[in-house]
Design a protein around this ligand. Sequence first.
Ligand code: FAQ
Length: 312
Amino acid sequence: MENKYHKFNACIEQDIAIEAKDDMPDAYRKTLIRQIGQHGHSEVIGMLPEGNWITRAPTLKRKAVLLAKVQDEAGHGLYLYSAAETLGADRDDMMEKLIAGKMKYSSIFNYPTLTWADVAAIGWLVDGAAIVNQVALCRTSYGPYARAMVRICKEESFHQRQGFEAMMALAQGSEHQKQMAQDAVNRFWWPALMMFGPSDDHSPNSAQSMAWKIKRFSNDELRQKFVDNTVPQVLQLGLTVPDPDLQWNESTGHYSFGEINWDEFMAVIQGQGPCNHERIEARRKAWQDGQWVREAAAVYAQKQAVAQSKVA
Ligand code: FAQ
C-alpha cells in the first residue's frame, strides 16, 4: 500500500512548510495543537505576573512600557490560538482544558513577582529564554506556527532589551536597588533554565518532534545556548549567577552549569508551584466574567452576516 503521507513526508524531508489544508498524520496535528495551545496559554497567563506591577511601576515611562509589553503578550496569545485553530482546535475547548488543568502552560509563570526587579528579570531572563526557543521555532515545519513566531520574535526581542535596560538601571542604582536586582536574578535564574523543558533523556516528546522538524534543536541544546548568551550579560551588570558550579569550559567553548532541581520542575508543572492555584483562578474568573462579551460579539457577528447577505 502506498504510504498515505508520502507527500507530507517529502515536504518534511525537503523543508517545505506544511500548511493547514495539507494532509498530515493525526499525531502530528495533535502534537502541534498541544504545543501551540500550551504556548498560547503561556503568553496569556504570562500577562499576570507582570500585570501585577502595572499600577506600581516606578515611573510613568516604565508604566507605559510595561502596559505595552503586557498588551503585546495578549496579542501573541491570540496569534497562537489562531494558529491552533487552523489545525481544527477549538478556542473555547482549549480554554476550558486550561482551566480544568488538562492543558499546561509554562512553568515560569507560577513564580511570584515580589519586587519591581522581578518585572525587569522577567523581561530580560524570561523573554530572553523565550526568544532562544522561539527563534528556533521560526523554522518549525508547520507554516502558520512558523509565521506567527517571526512576528512574535520581533516583539520579544524588544521586550528582552527593555528588561535588560530596567535591570541595568537597578544594578547601577543604590546599594538597595542593586540588592533587589541580585535577589531577582537569584530567584529567576533556575526557573528560567527550566523553561526549556526536561533534559533530553527525560523528554518524551522530543524524538518525534525533532523527526517532524517541529523542534529544530533539543531542550538541552537551547538551554545551553541561553546560558552561553546570558552569563556574560549577568557579569556585565555586575551581578552574579546563583550557581556555584557555573564555569567557562575552554575545551567545549560553553559554560558548564550545575544540576537543575527537576523535582521542583515536576512539582510546578503538576500544579504545585507557588502560584499555580492563583493563576488558574485568575483565568477562570476572566473566562466567566467575559462570557457576556463573547455572547454579545457572536450575536453582533451573526447580525452583521445577515445584513450583508441581504445587501448581496
Ligand atoms: N512548563 O517532552 P517535552 C513566553 C511539559 S512563552 C510547563 O520536552 P515538548 C513569552 C511538556 O509540555 C513561554 N510544562 O515536551 C512570555 C510535556 O508535557 P505534555 C512558553 C513543560 O513539548 C514572556 C512534558 O513537560 N514557550 O515566555 C515545560 O517536546 C514573558 C515533557 O516535555 C513555549 O511554550 C515547561 N517549561 O517540549 C510571555 C514554546 N517544559 O504536554 C509573558 C513552545 C516541558 O506531554 C511574559 N513550546 N513541559 O503533557 C516548546 O518549545 C516545547 O513545548 C517545550 C517542551 C520545549 C516547552
